[in-house]
Design a protein around this ligand. Sequence first.
Ligand code: FRU
Length: 534
Amino acid sequence: MSRLLRTTLSLFVSGLILFTVAGCGSDSSSPPPDDLAAEEPTFDEQYRPQFHYTPRQNWMNDPNGMVYNDGVFHFFHQYNPEGNTWGHMSWNHATTEDLVHWEHQGVAIPEEGNEMIFSGSAVVDENNTAGFGTNDGQAPMVAIYTSHYTIAEDSTDQAQSLAYSTDGGETWTKYEGNPVLEHPDPNFRDPNVFWYAPGEKWVMTIALPTQHKVQFYESTNLKDWSLMSEFGPAGGTDGIWECPALFQVPVEGSDQEQWVLQVDLNPGSVAGGSGGQYFLGSFDGTTFTPREGGLETAPHWVDYGPDFYAVIPWNNVPEEDGRALWMAWMNNWEYAQDIPTSPWRSAQTIPRSVHVRTIDGTRRLVQRPVEELQQLRENAVQLEGRTIESGMTSLAEDGISGQTLEIVAEFEPGDAETVGVAVREGKNERTIVGYDAATDSVFVDRTTSGAVDFHDAFASRDAAPLATPDGRVKLHIFVDRSSVEVFANDGARVLTHRIFPRPESDGVSLVAEGGPAQLVRLEAWSLRSIWPSR
Ligand code: FRU
């Protein structure tokens, strides 16, 4: 069937098609309404994250093409080269050698004509299976992305395409035979490709967003693909499915690995709006089978905060490293285009390692911050064995305050109803990270975190159930100029939030309500900026 005909047919479901670029917001053909790109970035703007990746300027969404090659972690992202809201989607490129310091590399794969470059992945084609190699001994890098075609005013189509680099990622060429994979459903996107060594083939995981399905394809040359199997609907289906990834993660305390299928949901996620869910299971080279029998299971959430979306793992991480590593878009489609930052908009989370742990007799996905971030620590402070009286106890006299902090605190809640830490505290402003004994949950309350009025859905208190078998709660908190990431009980639960406090709101307090609690120990560090200009 011709693309035009398929697209015309697809208009019958145009309510659903709204999707997507409803997800994504704006009309790509008109200029963004609030183009702030003209401002010169200083990397010292009020809300500019100091240890999270942000583009120099303009709009960013999903991480794309994350792949390790020859000592360098490559990272691309959805980018609007022309403005500070969604549109003109292209892949912008950045690199890091230590997962902490980033170098901006510029636009790698641009929008052209009626084709925007939507999300996807990248691989290192060691065996030159696609034939893009030039015999200079350097393995080609190949990006597999979604071509989003505008066909008429109200009609779009999506198919999968390739671009390649034979100079280690510096320059990229779109493959002349694009697209390489089409589908009758005009919503067919976000290919995530990896080398499946036992079958000596490439495997692609890809979303049919409005059908709540992922499909698995195989190929020996990245150009010819055949369908192997499908998964879904399952778990959370209140929104469309996007950005899936199938990969293996280490099982803590063993040398085993576990297959994980990560699928994003927008809207309908645990904290409202967009978010990620996961399924643990097995993969035999053809089919993914979830551990938990039927497909009717309640969703398992990757992150209980509102600002964790479109996560994908780094491909090709060296075996001797042994980690499964990923990073997510730290924003939410519900209010993404309204967050008050310029001349850029959106940030990525800190890179995290992903593991499987048995909690309460069940295997669960857990996340930990990468250890590499410890190089940013300075001004260490340690506190031990304190009773926290009901109310707020400022830690200013202990030398703990700042806009960029790492805090590790262990509590025994005792008689307290809630216990925790307030960060980015100032006049009428604070973000509270705590444990709620009545509901056995860890929460982040950003209702008074600073600027919250830019969107009705932003002010929120979000919680995650937290088992405390030894009666203790451990909170590992990363605070930046406009975010708070919380890893509770060694990453058993994670909550990611954007916040927009005033610069002078840099206080930190211990918090207890309903009775005293015990602080077992607390360590805090200021974190240095990663941007050279600072
Ligand atoms: C997810 C998403 C993807 C799509 C991209 C477009 O945030 O909607 O499904 O490829 O963003 O920018």
